[in-house]
Design a protein around this ligand. Structure first.
Ligand SMILES: [Zn+2]
Length: 450
């Protein structure tokens, strides 16, 4: 949250400004708060502003959490992170909700009621169809890219497209031998192996210890350096195995698994590719990078592993010095937009409640962010959180400590209308204020396939 978004009088995005400047604009009455989450100002009168610099939105899509960072290029080698966020997806909730619906419908068809033909094998899925749980993840990322484009001048997008680049692993012709044998290639291989062998020792299954890259058919026995001949082992197993093959070592399963594919990784990769195509459809130039490259960028700059820092390190365009001072990443959780159920049932399927005719009471809707200043009664105090509305005017407010019940509507002030997300400001970036690349690592080989 180090920088503040600003819109001009016609709601066009300007360069994000320093919080001090934002305070000055507000104090002089030259700007007003446009929205609080993320914090954005709108100018009240046309002020002379410098020409805007196009920013780069960087994305690290994950299955649970997606990291987002907006980076402003200051010069050739330096970039300022002006906005960072971690969006938590609701893929599992979507999945569970669909399973619940499936159960309700199934039981209805089993009942001896009016005739309802069974439905099976009569659905067709359009090309490019993705399950709703994956679609929801895509929609979250695209929503935030679209929102950021309305709040700041975005000129390009960087996306982590794949965890590892199999082409670069197998085919030296594409980038040249130096790339394949370089340090970056080591990261690609490691990421690939960690994913393939489930992050544990292939022989004894131990987790959470440093794993070594191990040759299934040892090099001494003519085994190659090809990825298909590599696995991960803890130090004791690696030493004990010595010059035996995995089969001789009593692990024919390892020898067999060496040939299996990465189905789970493929599913994640599918989503990422779908995201890539939809990002390209926005018309902005999209740079892609691999997970190996991200990790390499992050480690070289000595940054800890968080989703937003990963996002800031995506792609070959990452500036060698990243300024992170005071950046507080937004923790954004996807909450969905209520449901479409007309009738709620108890666990036996008996209807117990019906949808109300209206969503909004006393100007509030469930999910709105409110600030309640209670001046009388047992609950005197100031509270801020998402509200749950009731027709009676007795609202509940969800606080980090739990739910506060029975707050009257007249004490509440609207801060932010519900928009399908819940907001929370994370901790300030750790002591690292700038993360610079050591000189030796300059001129890293290019990993982004155009
Ligand atoms: Zn082991």
């Amino acid at each position: 949250m180090s920088f503040v978004f600003v819109l001009d009088t016609a709601q066009r995005p300007l360069d994000p400004i320093h919080p001090g400047q934002a305070r000055r604009l507000l104090a002089h009455g030259q700007a007003a708060v446009w929205r609080r989450f993320p914090f954005t100002l709108i100018l009240k009168c046309a002020l002379p502003v410098a020409p805007t610099i196009p920013l780069r939105v960087k994305l690290d899509p994950g299955s649970r959490t997606t990291g987002i960072a907006v980076v402003r290029p200051l010069n050739e080698a330096t970039g300022q992170v002006v906005f960072a966020a971690e969006v938590t997806h609701r893929g599992q909730q979507v999945h569970d909700a669909l399973l619940a619906r499936h159960g309700v419908r199934r039981s209805r068809r089993q009942r001896q009621t009016r005739y309802r033909p069974a439905r099976f094998a009569n659905r067709r899925r359009p090309a490019g169809w993705l399950p709703p749980s994956l679609e929801s993840r895509l929609a979250n990322v695209l929503t935030w890219v679209a929102r950021l484009r309305r709040l700041c001048p975005v000129g390009a997008i960087s996306q982590e497209l794949v965890r590892f680049d199999t082409q670069l692993l197998q085919d030296a012709e594409i980038r040249g031998v130096t790339y394949q044998q370089g340090e970056l290639a080591g990261y690609e291989v490691r990421e690939y192996l960690l994913e393939k062998w489930n992050r544990h020792c292939a022989y004894c299954g131990v987790r959470g210890v440093p794993l070594q890259i191990e040759h299934i058919v040892p090099k001494a026995r003519g085994g190659s350096n090809r990825v298909s001949n590599l696995t991960l082992a803890c130090a004791p197993c690696n030493t004990t195995k010595g010059t035996q093959t995995a089969e001789e070592f009593g692990h024919p399963d390892v020898q067999r698994q060496a040939k299996t594919s990465l189905k789970d990784a493929a599913a994640v990769n599918t989503t990422r590719w779908a995201l890539f195509h939809r990002l390209r459809a926005t018309g902005l130039p999209v740079e892609v990078g691999t997970g190996g490259r991200t990790k390499w960028n992050r480690t070289q700059r000595g940054l800890p592993k968080t989703h937003w820092l990963d996002a800031a390190c995506v792609g070959a365009s990452t500036p060698s010095t990243l300024r992170l001072r005071g950046v507080r990443p937004w923790q954004i959780t996807a909450t969905g937009h209520r449901n479409r159920q007309l009738c709620g049932t108890n666990r036996y399927g008996f209807p117990i409640r019906h949808r109300t005719r209206y969503k909004r009471f006393f100007g509030f809707q469930t999910g709105d962010m409110v600030r309640a200043v209670v001046t009388r009664g047992k609950k005197v105090g100031v509270y801020q959180g998402r509200v749950l509305v009731r027709a009676s005017g007795s609202f509940d407010i969800r606080l980090s400590a739990g739910r506060l019940t029975g707050i009257n509507a007249r004490y509440c002030h609207l801060l932010h209308r519900t928009d399908g997300y819940q907001y929370h400001v994370g901790d300030r970036a750790a002591a690292t204020t700038t993360a610079a690349l050591p000189d030796t690592a300059q001129g890293a080989p290019d990993s982004s396939p155009a």
